[in-house]
Design a protein around this ligand. Structure first.
Ligand code: SF4
Length: 381
């Protein structure tokens, strides 16, 4: 298995060279900002500590179209957007006067519509209600958030591909200081549409694939074409030259090394640049259900995550992002600190999995004193 898919991953030497280049770049950026070796040392150490807690060690990079990525939620390296992202993180450790982002990532559900009925859907209460936002209002939300500085926006739903033409218009007209990603089940994402996304300025697509057994995936998504659509979308994303992330909600029955290794190998073989592991939360359609992973399952996943991301024998596997891993070490980065969630009715929440319904996004954006409205802190991390 390893040999058949290793060619799509950057070589070990390229990974080492990239790591050194990124470190030098961050060091120089810190010096430009602070002009003090002592401050540079302090901030650099904190940034590297954070990096290790996110990647579980040294981590891996993705290379596509001659460009480099450290993670889904970081802009490409090197770029102005990458620098601004890093400056924003530096400012948390030691304030400076350079421009920063108010938010590093916003997940924006742009539609209530969806053809799936997934068991874990966190938008379950809003599915297929009347649309809240007309396309002009979607644009207004994006442009107001961009005016505050926003590194990354994930367009979700519902199924964002249901609103394909309006989504294209939204992305095409937006300022490119923000990376646009589309979070999809794979619905309707064929090559021509993937190419249109790329032309409009999308950076990448996250395709959900919760099982490598087609029948099990279809049952979980309650749609008999779900697996076929996800695999077609992955292929189209790749062929169009977009970054591809394969995302999985790891159910209790799948929280073991054998399944997750097989899933990571399958995702890599599909051309994934990143793999994302999500832990199930008792929210949305899972509300009131006993879905939370056990301590032993989390421990198994964390150990495997570190191995797959760092051990030489797994170099062929795409880099894995596991939010639970860094949240348990760094605390929650969402809940208004670095990111938040806007649901398809416009309500702002701590994150997609912690529904706080704090206020409506338009009330907040139209309010000149935004400090009056607070996003709830994470109740877990
Ligand atoms: S999880 Fe996503 S794809 Fe599944 S029903 Fe909910 S909105 Fe649709």
């Amino acid at each position: 298995m390893a040999n058949s898919i290793s060619s799509s991953r950057p070589s070990h030497l390229v990974q080492i060279a990239l790591r050194i280049w990124v470190k030098i770049h961050i060091g120089l950026l810190a010096f430009k900002v602070y002009r003090s070796i002592k401050k540079v040392k302090l901030v650099f150490t904190e940034i590297m500590k954070m990096d290790r807690k996110v990647s579980g060690g040294k981590g891996k990079y993705a290379v596509k179209n001659g460009k480099y990525w450290i993670g889904i939620y970081l802009p490409e390296f090197p770029s102005k957007n990458f620098d601004r992202y890093v400056l924003t993180e530096m400012n948390k450790f030691m304030p400076h006067t350079f421009p920063i982002n108010s938010y590093q990532q916003v997940n924006f559900a742009i539609t209530t519509k969806c053809p799936m009925r997934c068991e874990h859907c966190f938008e379950w209460d809003n599915l297929n209600l009347h649309e809240t936002f007309a396309v002009d209002q979607l644009k207004q939300v994006i442009s107001k958030l961009q005016a505050k500085g926003m590194a990354h926006v994930s367009l979700s739903g519902g199924e964002p591909m249901v609103r394909f033409n309006e989504m294209l218009e939204l992305i095409r007209e937006a300022d490119k200081s923000t990376d646009f990603w589309v979070l999809t089940s794979g619905f309707n994402l064929d090559l021509p549409r993937a190419q249109k996304l790329k032309q409009a300025g999308v950076t990448g697509v996250v395709v959900s694939l919760d099982d490598i057994n087609p029948e099990k995936h279809n049952t979980f998504r309650r749609h008999n074409q779900a697996y076929q659509m996800a695999t077609m979308a992955a292929q189209a994303t790749n062929q169009a030259g977009l970054l591809l992330a394969i995302s999985i909600c790891v159910l209790r029955e799948n929280a073991n090394a054998s399944f997750l290794t097989a899933h990571a190998e399958a995702a890599t073989a599909m051309g994934a640049d990143f793999i994302q592991w999500l832990e199930p939360k008792a929210e949305g359609n899972f509300r009131g259900k006993d879905v939370t992973l056990t301590f032993e399952q989390i421990s198994t996943m964390e150990k495997l995550f570190v191995r797959l991301n760092n051990d030489a024998e797994y170099r062929y596997i795409a880099p894995i992002m596991y939010h639970g891993y860094y949240q348990r070490r760094l605390g929650c980065l969402s809940a208004g600190k670095s990111s938040f969630y806007i649901d398809s009715r416009g309500m702002v929440h701590s994150c997609p999995f912690c529904h706080s319904s704090d206020f409506h996004i338009m009330d907040w954006l139209n309010n000149t004193n935004r400090n009056e409205k607070k996003i709830s802190a994470c109740p877990t991390y």
